[in-house]
Design a protein around this ligand. Structure first.
Ligand SMILES: *[C@@H]1O[C@H](CO)[C@@H](O)[C@H](O)[C@H]1NC(C)=O
Ligand SMILES: *[C@@H]1O[C@H](CO)[C@@H](O)[C@H](O)[C@H]1NC(C)=O
Ligand SMILES: *[C@@H]1O[C@H](CO)[C@@H](O)[C@H](O)[C@H]1NC(C)=O
Ligand SMILES: *[C@@H]1O[C@H](CO)[C@@H](O)[C@H](O)[C@H]1NC(C)=O
Ligand SMILES: *[C@@H]1O[C@H](CO)[C@@H](O)[C@H](O)[C@H]1NC(C)=O
Length: 550
């Protein structure tokens, strides 16, 4: 095309081109501005509670909450520091916008206090502890004109779950500058689908400071997860202090990247205050090279550093000593003994181990079994129930101690086989629940079913639940939270909620907007949760836009 050189025409064309470009650029960079649809408001039937409670009803009242909200406890288990501490934590979350000044203003609020009734004074946190609760939040109801909030639970742990739900109903209204609850009265009756709702964190491939671990644990409580599986040690580093074998933590990367016994105790009590069990893992006989930094005799030879030396009783003395020390730190009944990815080839190339195998008429596979079973016996003798990765089951299911909890990871279909043989099972299929697989989209997490392939209800009960796994080869303090969240929340709802009411057939778009809402709730609470619909998890947002739409 020939462009006429008439300057006026040229100027006009340029002008046209520029304004057209501006239009293009504008429409490309500015997000579509949507009027904030007051998400919790009465007109909207969406329920923004994550994970979705089993049973709930709501109305159409809007109630305001006094920022000086008080706590009234009752019941045998009411008089517990737990509840007061949890209430303080949630007050800071709920009333973060309220200034001290406003509290003195003489405003009438609908809700002045929260009543928590806990029936049992048993505060032991264990697998299967009763986490059910009911939450009543309303005004009127024919009884009273004052608003009331009542949480009723059998245990303090149920009450903690109820407080989390209450905190998610509270919404700061930027117009009136008060905290409000929409769609009251609420009646919620809730309990988890699975007793084991876990997150695994690997602190060997990269050390994670205790404040970072605590932050992960705190964020787990927002999604009602209840087991922190601490994969403390692996082949790369041994960060934990073991008093009985004080050289073991010479296997830490540096003298700074270590956990004292006191640090571990602190993590356990911090988690307990949030209703979260800590299951520690000592992965044997593979994944244990770092042990030899302090005790080289644990290595079959300098060129064969794992699996640990099966031929020496001293190897088992060390495991026994570690387990005795662990028992004092980790009260949870389950203890993970690993047992995965054991390559026994170098046992055969190490003369004294080869001799021992010959003397005991064992193949290396027999010796792997012998090692795992002997470690299981030790754990059981200290009062632990052993958990092992699925390779142990896949290799010698008939020999495995019947108390073993089989931990699935390699793929689907293992829990059905394990429960058919009477074992308990934890679901972590890496195709859908491995957080280090950055390309697994949130809906794959959400659609996973821990009891898939198991139809018999009595067998389904042997599936304790599931766990998302955060292996840390490419994760450290700089990116751990955005790799965990929000996808761990998709699994958390699957583990807590009723599958009928949260099936994707029940409208994916509804789930997506609820999921995006929860991700933004996490970010409001200071958790670095990545954009919800990223192709690669933890990637930064691709451009400007609302948290609720990314
Ligand atoms: C609110 O709920 C009451 C009782 O269910 C009903 O009578 C009333 O019409 C509702 N109001 C609105 C605005 O939906
Ligand atoms: C929810 O409601 C169903 C049906 O009414 C009932 O069977 C179930 O026990 C309820 N769940 C809870 C946690 O209250
Ligand atoms: C090693 O331990 C086993 C099992 O406890 C025992 O039978 C064996 O005699 C021990 N071997 C030595 C050399 O102490
Ligand atoms: C060695 O083990 C094999 C296979 O378990 C068995 O058939 C054989 O009888 C054993 N030999 C001795 C000497 O125990
Ligand atoms: C959707 O959820 C409701 C409420 O729990 C349930 O009654 C219904 O069966 C679900 N529908 C589907 C298609 O799963």
């Amino acid at each position: 095309m020939s462009i006429p050189l008439n300057p006026r025409t040229l100027a006009f064309q340029l002008l046209f081109f520029i304004s057209y470009s501006v239009l293009l650029v504008t429409s490309r960079t500015l997000p579509s501005i949507s009027i904030p649809d007051d998400s919790h408001s009465n007109s909207n039937s969406q329920v923004f509670i994550w994970p979705l409670p089993s049973n709930f009803t709501f109305g159409n009242q809007t109630l305001s909450i006094n920022p000086d909200l008080s706590l009234a406890v009752s019941g045998n288990g009411g008089n517990s520091g737990f509840l007061a501490d949890a209430f303080d934590r949630y007050r800071r979350i709920i009333f973060k916008h309220e200034s001290k000044l406003r509290r003195n203003v003489n405003v009438a609020y609908d809700i002045e206090k929260i009543s928590v009734v806990v029936h049992s004074d048993d505060q032991e946190l264990k697998l299967g502890v009763d986490e059910s609760y009911s939450l009543l939040l309303g005004k009127g109801n024919g009884y009273s004109i004052v608003g009331e909030v009542t949480i009723e639970a059998n245990t303090v742990y149920g009450a903690l779950r109820g407080m989390e739900t209450f905190s998610q109903l509270c919404d700061f209204n930027y117009e009136t500058k008060t905290v409000q609850v929409y769609k009251a009265p609420w009646y919620i009756s809730d309990k988890p689908k699975f007793v084991y709702r876990g997150l695994m964190l690997d602190t060997s491939r990269h050390y994670l400071p205790i404040d970072v671990i605590k932050h992960v644990i705190e964020s787990m409580s927002y999604a009602k997860l209840n087991v922190f599986h601490w994969h403390i040690i692996d082949e790369e580093s041994f960060p934990l202090e073991v008093p009985t074998y004080p050289n073991l933590w010479k296997g830490a990367y540096t003298k700074w990247e270590r956990y004292t016994v006191e640090d571990a105790n602190e993590i356990v009590s911090y988690a307990r205050a949030r209703g979260i069990n800590v299951m520690a893992e000592i992965d044997v006989p593979g994944h244990a090279e770092s042990w030899g930094a302090g005790y080289p005799d644990l290595w079959p030879s300098p060129s064969c550093r794992e699996p640990l030396d099966v031929s020496k009783n001293s190897t088992f003395d060390v495991i026994s000593g570690i387990l005795t020390d662990m028992r004092k730190i980790f009260p949870f009944g389950l203890f993970h003994l690993g047992g995965d990815e054991v390559n026994t080839d170098c046992w055969n190339y190490t003369p004294h181990v080869k001799q021992w195998l010959h003397d005991h008429n064992m193949t290396t596979k027999d010796a792997y079994q012998y090692f795992v079973l002997r470690a299981q016996e030790l754990a059981i003798s200290k009062g632990y129930t052993p958990v092992n990765w699925e390779e142990t089951f896949n290799t010698f299911s008939d020999k495995l101690n019947p108390r073993t909890v089989v931990h699935n990871w390699l793929g689907p279909g293992v829990c059905p086989k394990a429960v058919a043989k009477g074992f308990k099972c934890i679901y972590s299929n890496q195709g859908v629940w491995y957080l280090d697989h950055l390309d697994i989209p949130w809906y794959e997490y959400y659609n996973a079913d821990p009891v898939e392939g198991i139809t018999d209800a009595s067998k389904q009960e042997l599936v304790l639940g599931g766990e998302v796994c955060m292996w840390s080869e490419t994760v450290d303090a700089s990116n751990v939270q955005q790799t965990i969240w929000p996808r761990a929340a998709a699994a958390a709802e699957r583990l807590w909620s009723n599958p009928e009411s949260t099936s994707v057939g029940n409208s994916t778009s509804t789930v997506l907007s609820r999921y995006q809402y929860f991700r933004c709730l996490l970010t409001r609470r200071g958790v670095q949760a990545a954009p919800a619909t990223n192709f690669y998890a933890r990637r930064a947002p691709t451009g400007p836009g609302s948290c609720y739409e990314q």
